[in-house]
Design a protein around this ligand. Structure first.
Ligand code: ZN
Length: 428
């Protein structure tokens, strides 16, 4: 057996307690063998003065959008998509998506993220980048039928189902897939109904954007006389396997529907604030027993993929939304960014426990902004930054050691990404 010891740190356990312990990892199986004192191993990662946490799980992303970071800001969602983002995305080549994905994956590894869910296009390129980078992912091809003729709409749906079939289990099982209609308003009803039924017939989960802005909710209410999530339920896309992003404008009946169905909701607070989409009722969702994960959304609406930022944003915005400073507490957001996200997107990880996935981040506590160590869960939620992560491990493999990314060439990826965008700007 080939073992790795994460030695001398404090370990965050699933019950939110912290204990002084080593973590012993079986690198062949990618699992945690033991959590305890003075464990022996083939290789050691020093975690002295550090907090060992589950790897963070970014449950909703469009990773290759790192290329559009800062490309267009300060506009409402609809105008931003139509005037800036969609025209730029239409010009992205498969090679662009590959380097954009690699850039995002370097950023994730450097900020302690070990798993993510991603909706984009040229998915084979994203999958190849994930395979090389060493993370886990649930990937899918996003479908829009709005403005397309029947042939193009069907081709888009077929591509989404094809990549979901082809890449499920890729990268030694680290990649899983989903069918991904973009949203309830950008895919027409007939297509949506057929698409979801076809996906579920093959046990492929469905991931989509829902109730993100009032502009997306009102047309459904006006045309159908029902709320979007009641429509989603009728379409069969509100099951325990499915998960949706945003859920900002959900009423109490929709929260009950989510809780009853077991459908995961991925909260994306930075994107919701930046696009002025609104404040998700996160405390209400938690109180109702809804599985809530946390995601950055794409880098163009965030503008980074740092899940530590996202935890702080979630706590702050959740309190404002509830008008209650005790709402969405530090422990809640840490749970959302780890176990909640892993549950929502149904990937291993999210907790440090014997027998569980060896997906973890080692956070260096030796920093002025993390001193004194009054409460390490509070520090994770409110004070730590992605750049405090010293080592990142996924599936038992060290992806970053002492801030050096081992699976991708960080400098080369940044240079290629800058070149790709210079060329994109000339084309658009
Ligand atoms: Zn999104």
């Amino acid at each position: 057996m080939n073992t790795l010891r994460i030695a001398g740190g404090q370990v965050l356990r699933p019950d939110a307690t912290v204990e002084d312990a080593d973590v012993l990892v079986d690198r062949d199986e990618g699992t945690i063998l033991d959590i305890g004192a003075d464990l022996d191993a083939d290789e050691t990662l020093d975690a002295e003065g550090c907090l060992v946490t589950p790897g963070l799980v970014n449950a909703h992303c469009h990773v290759a959008m790192t290329l559009l970071r800062g490309y267009a800001d300060d506009k409402p969602l609809d105008a931003w998509l139509r005037e800036d983002i969609w025209p730029a995305e239409a010009a992205l080549t498969p090679e662009d998506v590959r380097v954009g994905a690699e850039l995002g994956l370097v950023e994730m590894i450097k900020s302690g993220t070990t798993a993510f869910a991603d909706m984009y296009f040229h998915v084979p390129e994203v999958a190849a980048a994930v395979d090389e980078a060493g993370l886990r992912a649930r990937l899918g091809h996003g479908v829009v039928t709005l403005g397309k003729d029947d042939e193009d709409a069907r081709a888009d749906i077929d591509e989404s189902l094809d990549v979901a079939r082809e890449f499920d289990g890729a990268a030694d099982g680290r990649i899983r897939t989903a069918a991904m209609p973009h949203s309830l308003t950008t895919v027409a009803e007939d297509y949506l109904r057929e698409f979801v039924a076809d996906a579920h017939a093959e046990d492929i989960p469905v991931h989509y954007h829902a109730n993100e802005t009032t502009d997306e909710v009102d047309p459904i209410v006006d045309e159908r006389g029902e709320r979007p999530l009641s429509y989603a339920k009728e379409l069969g896309m509100l099951t325990a396997d499915d998960f949706l992003a945003h859920g900002v404008h959900v009423d109490d009946a929709e929260i009950d529907l989510l809780a009853d169905a077991g459908t995961g909701v991925v909260h994306c607070p930075a994107s919701n604030m930046k696009l002025a989409s609104g404040m998700a009722p996160v405390q209400k969702l938690l109180d109702a027993g809804v599985t809530v994960g946390l995601g950055t959304d794409g880098a163009a609406s965030n503008n980074d993929l740092d899940m530590f930022d996202e935890m702080r944003d979630a706590a702050m915005l959740g309190k404002l939304a509830a008008d209650d400073a005790s709402a969405v507490a530090a422990g809640d957001v840490v749970r959302m960014a780890t176990a909640g996200s892993a549950d929502a997107i149904d990937l291993p990880g999210g907790a440090l426990e014997v027998g569980g996935a060896a997906d973890l981040a080692v956070v260096d506590l030796d920093a002025p902004h993390l001193t004194p160590a009054n409460d390490l869960v509070s520090h994770l939620a409110y004070a730590a930054r992605g750049s405090d992560v010293r080592h990142t491990v996924c599936d038992g493999r060290v992806l970053m050691r002492d801030r050096e990314v081992l699976t991708l060439d960080e400098d080369a990826v940044m240079a290629r990404a800058s070149e790709a965008v210079a060329s994109l700007r000339e084309r658009v």
